[in-house]
Design a protein around this ligand. Structure first.
Ligand SMILES: [Zn+2]
Length: 392
């Protein structure tokens, strides 16, 4: 990374931010008479959050002790569970669950949070459940007042709301999630954000037969949590919106991984985790096939909290389940160096995600919300190029 020439580009400050975040000093090798400027390729950012998906599954794959009826509550017989989810080699095993995350995201981007390799990613809210976690992700700071999933409208400014208020992004910010609480977490009445979340049917106005079918499924499917429709439903609505409206800042929240864990169904946790990986790949491929997104879109993928471990605590999370504060954060995009699975890395926190979303778009969220965490280290490296003065 190169030190930017002052006052040349609005994105230049990012270099300074990222450089100071990394604690690095860089020599300027700019030849005499030329200037160095740094520009970001990212024009669109997608933040994707599968709820309560443990770092253990992400980095080590399925846990053998839970691949059964007794501890894992699985309805599949054990030979089928082992065939579907178990491989003796850890790298193969995690790739069975997350082929896109490990085959593409971790190869072309980065992933933080493998504690066994000395990379820590944690929540700082001290509660390790959903609303406090999403608040920390989206507003950049924990808030001890938010101590319940039924807290109601979020009093804190979130980065999506802030970006939507900027002239160049206004109306180009959207939120899709399964969980109805996102309407409160993003404070829809105040933020005015386009939000599709919860069980209400997503399609309005003149409906195609496909739209009508999606609405019908929203209205008629028996849900494990009445306020949290299945991931597959919101995926359809979200992809339609992306193709039609081309949002530049997009949130996608998938709920099933948490719901199936609370239900004690490890087989369905793993199936849902595989499904999320496919959905993320589908969104990535959809976007890369569109000129508005190709080569200029960054994905940030993380989770709102971890969970406990052992034969019982994997189902739950919070202060009573040690380890629930451990999460993971993955980033892929044209401005992110391919450092892969991070090891011996500077610890990172959930509170750094909000400013990172903004920083990829050349914006400084901490100007609006000074208590937000700094952008993640090492994930933003603008391409530097020399410019020669026009003269004399
Ligand atoms: Zn939960």
């Amino acid at each position: 990374m190169l030190r930017p020439a002052s006052g040349l580009l609005i994105s230049a400050w990012i270099c300074l931010l990222a450089a100071s975040a990394a604690g690095a000093a860089h020599a300027d090798s700019t030849p005499p008479g030329a200037s160095r400027v740094a520009t970001l390729k990212t024009e669109n950012v997608v933040l994707i959050v599968p709820d309560g998906l443990r770092w253990q599954e992400v980095f080590t794959g399925a846990e053998k002790a839970l691949l059964n009826d007794q501890e894992g509550g699985s309805w599949l017989d054990q030979p089928t569970l082992l065939k579907n989810f178990w491989r003796d080699d850890m790298a193969e095993r995690r790739r069975v669950l997350f082929p896109f995350l490990w085959g593409t995201v971790a190869r072309q981007g980065q992933i933080f949070g493998n504690k066994t390799l000395g990379s820590s990613a944690r929540v700082t809210n001290g509660m390790a459940f959903s609303y406090p976690g999403y608040n920390e992700i989206l507003t950049g700071a924990p808030d001890p007042r938010i101590n319940s999933n039924e807290f109601g409208p979020n009093p804190n400014l979130n980065v999506f709301e802030w970006l939507n208020g900027l002239p160049d992004l206004h109306g180009r910010v959207a939120v899709f999630g399964t969980w109805g609480a996102f309407n409160d977490i993003f404070n829809q009445p105040r933020s005015g954000l386009m939000i599709q979340a919860g069980p209400h049917p997503p399609k309005l106005g003149k409906l195609t037969p496909r739209d009508a079918l999606l609405n019908e499924l929203y209205q008629t499917t028996t849900l494990v949590d009445a306020d949290d429709p299945y991931n597959a439903f919101v995926q359809v609505a979200m992809l339609d919106y992306v193709k039609a409206r081309r949002p530049r800042v997009l949130f996608v929240g998938y709920g099933e991984t948490d719901n199936w864990a609370h239900s004690g169904r490890y087989d369905l946790v793993l199936t849902a985790a595989q499904g999320v990986d496919r959905f993320v790949e589908q969104l990535w491929n959809t976007m890369q096939a569109m000129p508005a997104y190709r080569g200029k879109t960054t994905f940030i993928i993380t989770t709102d909290h971890g969970r406990g471990s052992g034969p019982v605590d994997w189902k739950e999370h919070g202060v009573e389940q040690p380890g629930s504060e451990d999460i993971w954060i993955a980033v892929i995009g044209p401005d992110t160096p391919a450092l892969g699975e991070r090891s011996h890395a500077q610890p990172v926190t959930q509170s750094q995600i909000a400013a990172t979303v903004a920083a990829f778009l050349g914006k400084d969220f901490r100007k609006a919300k000074p208590d937000a965490g700094a952008p993640l280290p090492d994930v933003i490296e603008p391409q530097a190029h020399a410019t020669h003065p026009v003269g004399p």
